[in-house]
Design a protein around this ligand. Sequence first.
Ligand SMILES: [Zn+2]
Ligand SMILES: [Zn+2]
Length: 911
Amino acid sequence: MLLFFILGLFVHFVFFGSIFDIYFTSPLVHGMTPQFTPLPPPAKRLVLFVADGLRADTLYELDENGNSRAPFIRNIIMHEGSWGLSHTRVPTESRPGHVALIAGFYEDVSAVAKGWKENPVEFDSLINESKYTWSWGSPDILTMFAKGAYGDHVFTYTYDADSEDFGAHDVTKLDTWVFDKVKEFFHAARNNQSLFSKLNEEKIVFFLHLLGIDTNGHAHRPSSREYKDNIKLVDAGMKEMVSILEHFYGNDGKTAFIFTSDHGMTDWGSHGAGHPSETLTPFVTWGAGIKYPQKVSAQKFDDAFLKEWRLESWKRQDIHQGILPVDYLNNTDLFKAESMFTNAIQILEQFKVKMTQKKEVTLPFLFIPFKLLPESKQLNIVRKARSYIKQRKYDEAVSLCKELIHLALKGLSYYHTYDRFFLAINVVLGFLGWTSYAFLLIIKSHFNLTRGVNKEVKKPSHLLSCSCIAIGVFVAFFLLLQDCPWTYYIYCLLPVPIWYAVLREFQVIQDFVTLLLTVPPSYFVGYLLVFILGIEILVLSFFYRYMLTAGLLAFAGWPFITQLWTRAKSISLSWIFFSLLLAAFPLMPVVGRKPDIFLVMGAGLLVLLLSLCVLTSLIKRKDSFINEELLLHLFQMLSVVLSMCVTYSTHSSLRKKQGLPLLNQIISWLILAFSLVLPLLSPTSLFERLFSILLSLMSTYILLSTGYEALFPLVLSCLMFVWIQVEQETLQQRGISCKQKVTSVRFTCSTDITQFRQLYLDDVRRAFFLVFFLVTAFFGTGNIASVNSFDLASVYCFLTVFSPFMMGALMMWKILIPFVLVMCAFEAVQLTTQLSSKSLFLMVLVISDIMALHFFFLVKDYGSWLDIGTSISHYVIVMSMTIVLVFLNGLAHLLTTKKLRLCGKPKSHLI
Ligand SMILES: [Zn+2]
Ligand SMILES: [Zn+2]
């Protein structure tokens, strides 16, 4: 089993890593010759303002009184420069946003794995190509470009990371700090000869990174006064900066200005995903070489922004990465044509280098070149464009260059994804082999297939092993000839031993097929269809949360098709009731969008009510209710009350801008710490222990809640309690005598030693229910995007100073709590139905691997609203489901079976 586990871990690791070779390889090409436009540039220097996390609409729109929040910027749009929307891509995080702005490419997503902390690939940037760059702002951003730069020409001025406090202080200081430093800088430059001469060089860049708006957006949401006031502050600050600069250079008209942002922000104060509020950012530019405002009578855009913002009559020009936006330029047609020509040659050069690289590592007879842009066509277009420029047919030249860029980009992506199909086939082969192997293991250990005839132990034939070795050698030789990276060997060779292991069990396969043939085909097809439908619902629920509602509705109907309804009416009714109640959650907006402190309080009250009921019933049932248990129960109720108070008072204190009271913080951490210990003190009888776990986890969950999601674990647990009883009933239907009543079952440490019974179809259903409930526990209140761009408000009871590690850990625990509840309940199901956990894991493994295969093909390497991050997370989640399950099972086992005693002497408990 251990070997199987290690092998399984390795296989999943490889399959996960494969997406980085198949989908997320670095698109960057190295080794091109630099190309320059022969004409002199209109600007000597560039000033780049980046307002981190600024949404386009909040900047451009007018406030209630019809005034602009950014009068300076609006004035520029109307009187001085050009404007538009810039479309960023997912992930809408600061690092990729700035890389796209400053280095000019969409950073490859493999950077995700490295947390965007270090430069995962070498790249060239505007800052590196400048003569000198001075930058002010957040250390996270500035160091990224300073590090990649060679020589001593990039100067950074940063504050330290600790001052990014989300709570009490005024975060606009992050922006005023930058403005003040720039002011000081230019003041000092007048008396510093060497600095003064550097500042008068050509090709210099000033980069002002303004983090206040982003920080205010996270803390107070973009609709807040804080966010909007911060925009006003930035606008005024920029006005001052521009005037200082113009004054310094004596209005020489050689400065170009750009104002934009790296990404936007959602209404609930997060970014990372692909919602338009996150991907649409403002772009305003003016100064040397930039077109003046162009009055137009009508503009064609799909959205209604122009009207909303009252900017219909000023030409809006949206920009994307990659192609030079010539329409922004105020220069001669010759200059534009030459610039476009250079742009085209640059991209063509990348295409050529990429093709050569691919050609070198591919066997000549296997190389298929990109058909749309053969060498003759390249030459032809370049020659034609050149002659158009000579004949002063500039417009024709520009459009021809655009065509060339378009083709070259297509070709680049063709060569970039050249190996994709080949690798995908291999990975899928391995994956299928692995899943079949796990399936065979279940069959082998649980069905009495090896009947009398097959008693003689068959040795695996030599033919099989020999042919497998031959295939392996052939594949390795083939890869060697092509000079493939070492990872390719793993992807291509791994399927060989896996399929060898599968084919070795030929006898089992044969027996299983004969067994299947004895089943009526209609039954078989029916079960298969239900199974496929179930899996598809699970897969779809990753994209559409309401699919979970559909699944839960089906669950609610389930008692009617079994005999459960006739046998146990009250259990069936409560099953239906709680299924329907839980079905409502996936229909609600994801967590954190509509904070409502009263729902959190309501959830707390419900928990208290429930625990009072349980308490009275316990007292009734037991003649002598042990003092210690009563005390524990009351203590847990007290902690729920405490967490309600803390949540409420923290909420109101933050609203009054008084920060997080220290006492609240201490109590929160104490509750969190105790919540893991207290259940271990409770008696191990099934319901009491489960209830104690629920109380403890709920008190923590309330602290971490901001809205309706506080109700979710409560409803989920109620359904889980009913589920335990339902499973007991279904087992009795099969005529299996149950030794104990559910109420009297105790958790014991040796759960898995229960007698080894055969597997039934019902057990497959149980495994499916478990997976379904786990998925529900995850998507019931949120989606992936709400996880990777979490709502900071939910950890405010614990800390308000930004600390990614602590905040992440707390958020992780919040996400895990529903899982733990499901797993603890399942521990009880396992115990009452005597299901072996080994075969359970194998079944979950098969289910999750079939799902993972879906997500492998659904991995996206380009941005849309179904974005990259989400598709990777989906893949990761289902791949790691089994491992997480092992971990959660261990945790649940510990929580349910471990018994701590306060005083050393053992006590006898009455059941
Ligand atoms: Zn940012
Ligand atoms: Zn941010």
